[in-house]
Design a protein around this ligand. Structure first.
Ligand code: GUN
Length: 299
């Protein structure tokens, strides 16, 4: 059988497109005499992945004309001190949105910090008020990864209306909000959604029935060819570093999907890296512009 090549959903290109649109909007604001939107990131400690993520947020914010600040604190910062910083940012009229980079050191209660953030400035969409508003189809800040996936699907022309969408993984920040978004009654979604998790029976058969398969389970190459329907659209949220002595660096990067084999039978697929990853910071920038324009919470 001749294998057809799938369409690669290129997150780098789509992210660039959206950033260009955002930059044009910011430029128009500045031309009109307005101040630029201001995004703040708070980071506690020296976690390598967090430091590079925050550096990328800062760089990309500036590229599109936002003001960007980073508040850096040592690992020893107390919970009370971090709460004070959140209060300060909540009150600062020059700050449109901010995020507290996770994970936080163990002596700080993450949920307590998240709940202290003013939902109007919660551009991560992690505050329960935003989660609740999303559930009830009210305007809300949507977490970056599911928002980025909606953009990838819609901008790549993947048909969603009336399709079977299977989501693997039910985390608070990806799988659960993704299920809500894909089941929404609108032209960008309107899918029939199944949310799979560790207790799902016959996961192989369930996945093989998906027209759209979104995988965020955190297991390298978990989704094999026999779990995917011919012609499905496959979105891979996973990112893992696997030891590989045949590579110069000694490792390779893989997702939650066995890309090489699955790509032989699907119609669309996101690569790892370069698929979902580049979209997350762009979503944060989109949310910050919404915060600036008071689009979510109307006074
Ligand atoms: N750590 C990893 N991803 C994220 C994110 O999107 N937001 C925050 N605040 N922390 C993270």
């Amino acid at each position: 059988m001749e294998t057809k090549k799938p369409i690669l959903i290129d997150g780098r290109i789509i992210a660039k497109e959206i950033k260009k649109e955002l930059a044009q909007e910011v430029s128009a604001l500045l031309d009109g005499g307005k101040r630029p939107p201001h995004l703040v990131a708070v980071i506690v400690g020296e976690d390598g992945a967090s430091l590079s993520y925050v550096a990328s947020k800062e760089k990309q914010s500036r590229e599109i004309g936002f003001t960007s600040s980073v508040y850096r604190f040592p690992e020893t910062l107390t919970e009370a001190e971090l709460l004070k910083t959140v209060d300060f940012l909540n009150e600062d009229p020059e700050v449109d949105g901010f995020i507290v980079q996770l994970p936080l050191p163990k002596h700080i209660d993450e949920q307590k910090i998240i709940e202290r953030i003013n939902p109007r400035k919660d551009v991560d969409g992690f505050h329960p008020t935003n989660g609740g508003r999303m559930m009830y189809n009210m305007p809300s800040f949507v977490p970056a990864t599911p928002m980025g996936i909606m953009n990838l699907l819609n901008r790549s022309g993947v048909e969603t209306v009336g399709k079977n969408c299977v989501i693997v993984g039910r985390s608070n920040i990806v799988g659960t909000p993704m299920a809500i978004l894909m089941s929404r009654n609108n032209a960008q979604a309107n899918s029939t959604v199944t949310l799979c998790h560790s207790k799902t029976k016959n996961i192989k058969e369930v996945c093989a029935n998906a027209d759209i398969l979104i995988v965020a389970i955190g297991k390298p190459e978990f989704i094999k060819e026999d779990m995917v329907k011919e012609g499905a659209a496959v979105i891979d949220v996973g990112i893992h570093r696997i030891d590989d002595s045949t590579k110069e660096k000694g490792y390779r990067i893989v997702g939650d999907v066995d890309f090489e084999n699955v790509s032989k039978k699907c119609s669309y697929i996101t690569p790892v890296p370069g698929g979902v990853g580049p979209m997350t910071i762009v979503s944060l920038l989109q949310n910050t512009l919404k915060a600036y324009k008071n689009e979510i919470y109307i006074d």
